[in-house]
Design a protein around this ligand. Structure first.
Ligand code: GTP
Ligand code: MG
Length: 287
């Protein structure tokens, strides 16, 4: 205890002695015990102050518990799900407001390049220019997924709701698996909307049914992906959820996931769930 007292700067010796005496008197303990109590209280105060500043988040989120996200709306999904159609729909809604263009989608073909533009997302009160990225579903671009995901404030993942045969569900789940692994690996926390697009088409799947099919398929992928990962030497293994416990979007995706139905083609009220989701990701006060 004498060594600890000696380590305290001269200027603080008098206040320390007074505090020690006060604690000893109040609690009826020895001077040494009073000093130990003072040290413990100081350390506790430092820990609580650090916890308050970091928002109690030990994973390193920014001050105040603010989540780490990028600034872009990223459109994801398998080939033919409607990303480029939505990209132009959002773009032409802006130009249509300026009476320059009709609100119509151009004829879309399989995209082979990432497309990016900054424009005001008219509707749903999102009038500030925002970056929108159309990330094609073609497998050739899959290696660029990590660098795009970290730029996302929100992810709009489109599914062709009229094409959900077992093979389609496998392909959608495989892409989603890659996306979730990347979200967990990078530590970013974008929100995700999975859109059952083409909802006006006959036989289009409902969001709840799609959720169940995808959860089952992704759960199966946990086993196959695990064995592939462990064969590679340099692959860092990321587990989705808990081994032996069925995969669930709510607890295992690494980000908040919502589902909805929409029709990019019909637009109007059938596009509102997507526009509302994007608007929610950019509250009025956000940069
Ligand atoms: N029926 C219907 N067709 C749609 C809808 N949205 C898009 N499509 C059509 O679906 C086809 C594919 O759309 P794209 O926007 O090119 O698909 P994509 O997701 O960009 O595909 P990739 O670039 O290959 O990744 C086009 O013929 C669109 O016109 C919709 O809501 N309903
Ligand atoms: Mg496209």
């Amino acid at each position: 205890m004498e060594t600890l007292r000696g380590a305290v700067p001269d200027a603080l010796q008098t206040p320390l002695a007074s505090a020690e005496a006060a604690v000893a008197r109040q609690l009826g303990v020895s001077d040494d015990a009073a000093l130990a109590i003072l040290i413990a209280a100081t350390l506790l105060a430092i820990v609580l102050a650090t916890w308050a500043v970091t928002g109690g988040n030990s994973s390193g989120s920014a001050a105040g518990g603010r989540k780490r996200t990028g600034d872009a709306v990223v459109l994801l999904g398998n080939s033919g799900s409607g990303k480029t159609s939505l990209f132009y729909k959002l773009l032409t809604r802006h130009f249509a407001k300026m009476s320059r263009l009709a609100d119509k989608c151009p004829e879309c073909v399989t995209s082979m390049e990432i497309q990016e533009k900054r424009f005001p997302l008219v509707g749903a009160n999102v009038d500030t220019p925002r970056r929108v990225i159309d990330f094609p579903g073609h497998a050739r671009l899959r290696t660029q997924l990590p660098e795009v995901i970290v730029q996302a404030r929100c992810l709009v993942f489109l599914v062709d709701a009229a094409a959900v045969k077992p093979k389609d569900i496998r392909e959608i789940s495989s892409l989603l698996y890659d996306v979730f692994v990347e979200i967990i690996r990078s530590g970013c926390e974008p929100r995700m909307l999975i859109v059952c697009n083409k909802c006006e088409a006959s036989g289009a799947i409902a969001p709840e049914d799609l959720r169940k099919k995808l959860e089952k398929e992704i759960d199966g992928l946990k086993t196959t992906r695990h064995s592939i990962d462990t064969e590679g030497d340099d692959e860092m293994e990321i587990a989705l959820g808990t081994e032996g416990v069925p995969f669930e979007f709510d607890s295992d995706a690494g980000c908040e996931v919502e589902f909805c139905s929409a029709s990019v083609l019909e637009g109007g009220a059938k596009l509102d769930p997507v526009l509302d989701f994007i608007a929610d990701a950019f509250p009025a006060t956000s940069a």
